[in-house]
Design a protein around this ligand. Structure first.
Ligand SMILES: [Zn+2]
Length: 399
């Protein structure tokens, strides 16, 4: 095996452990301490790792640990474009520290009137680089299907992109390494690194906003699929009798029945044909409802809102049941404002219990990370790729 590959393998273990002794490394690789020391010596000379003496020793020399040298790595600029058209901007370090958080709400214009998303991102990147010359990598997250190996957005219903080759565009323009990932897959990485799935081998993240998507982690690896399309749970046809058209063109998809937009549309049209709801006045006043209004209706146990939301939970349960049957996960993490309602969570669990196999044991809960999930997502993608993705690592670690 080549020396360089060995170096990356050693670095990956040091990164995963945070702090690790040479003895432990020797144990992990089944090599002698002398063989390990040969590699760590090179890495120390390259300044990629540092030695730290930790704690008191029981006589003799204090134990020496190796860790990644954070000083060697420049800052990461993270851009996260969510399905609710919010742009989260983060500047962070390779050890996961975040030094800047900023949030911008993008226009709610219809897709055909929207500005090219590449230009929007470019404006932010250019400003941030001017302000912080220490930026050494860019990590971009976008909704929809992403081919992260080609650095392309395949399809993003929430954003208009004239040029889908995002990575190529930014690498050329700024001469920095760039990573691109799908929003829900990035969320799964965050749950794995700093959230509630740290020691969990198999789990699913289910995200519900204006769109619906999922990501699964199998054996501690995020599953991408043959076309990089794994996780498009929003387009599982859940109601074959439905006349509601989905953003993908089909009818009866989970997204068309249960996304935030879908339930708002259903409640709005029912009120407009004369059904009673406490949201009637809100609709009259503002001309449109938000998911917060819907959650208010749930809280007040408004009959119409409860009816629509119970049906939505039934559909979500059907979608989740398919994921559970196929993947048998230990845990399901739910992301989205509607899951903050205990009433809706209880309804969802009730519906799931009705249809899922009794032998399938799993836990299901809303994410505990709040907005940090969105801010940390781009950083999580870099942490995952460093020492794994060779071309990215080479560009990011160059002097
Ligand atoms: Zn669809």
């Amino acid at each position: 095996m080549k020396e360089s590959i060995r170096e990356e393998e050693v670095l990956k273990i040091i990164k995963d452990y945070g702090k690790v002794s040479r003895l432990k490394l020797a144990e992990v690789f089944g090599l002698t301490s002398a063989r390990i020391s040969k590699v760590t010596k090179i890495l120390l000379e390259k300044n990629i790792i540092v030695e730290t003496a930790v704690g008191e020793s029981s006589g003799g020399r204090p134990p020496v640990y190796l860790s990644i040298n954070n000083e060697k790595f420049k800052d990461i600029l993270g851009i996260n474009l969510t399905s609710n058209r919010i742009m989260y901007i983060t500047i962070g370090k390779i050890n996961g520290d975040i030094v800047k958080r900023k949030k911008i709400s993008l226009d709610m214009l219809k897709p055909e009137k929207r500005e090219d998303t590449l230009k929007v991102i470019d404006g932010v990147v250019s400003d941030e680089i001017k302000e912080n010359p220490n930026i050494g990598a860019i990590s971009i997250i976008i909704t929809g299907s992403v081919d992260e190996e080609k650095g392309m957005s395949i399809m993003s219903p929430h954003y208009k992109l004239k040029n889908p080759k995002i990575v190529e565009y930014f690498e050329r323009k700024y001469d920095l390494p760039v990573l691109l990932e799908n929003d829900v897959r990035a969320m799964a990485l965050v749950e794995k690194q700093i959230g509630g799935c740290r020691d969990i081998e198999n789990f699913v993240v289910f995200n519900l906003g204006d769109g619906i998507g999922s990501a699964s982690c199998i054996g501690k690896k995020i599953y991408k699929g043959h076309n990089s399309m794994a996780g498009e749970a929003g387009h599982i046809v859940i109601n074959t009798n439905s006349i509601r058209k989905c953003s993908c063109g089909k009818r009866g998809c989970l997204e068309a029945e249960s996304s935030e937009i879908a339930v708002i549309k259903k409640i709005t049209s029912e009120i407009k044909i004369g059904k009673y709801s406490i949201l009637k006045d809100v609709l009259k006043e503002k001309d449109n409802l938000t998911i917060k209004d819907v959650l208010f209706g749930v809280k007040k146990r408004d009959f119409l809102v409860i009816q629509v939301m119970t049906e939505a939970m039934e559909y979500i349960a059907r979608g989740l049941n398919i994921l559970i049957s196929v993947l048998d996960p230990e845990k399901i993490v739910l992301v989205g404002e509607i899951f903050s309602s205990k009433f809706l969570m209880d309804t969802l669990k009730f519906e799931l219990n009705k249809i899922s196999l009794e032998l399938n044991k799993y836990s299901i809960e809303p994410t505990r990370l709040g907005e940090e999930l969105y801010f940390y997502s781009p950083i999580a993608v870099v942490v995952e790729n460093i020492f794994e993705n060779k071309s990215f690592t080479k560009k990011y670690t160059k002097d």
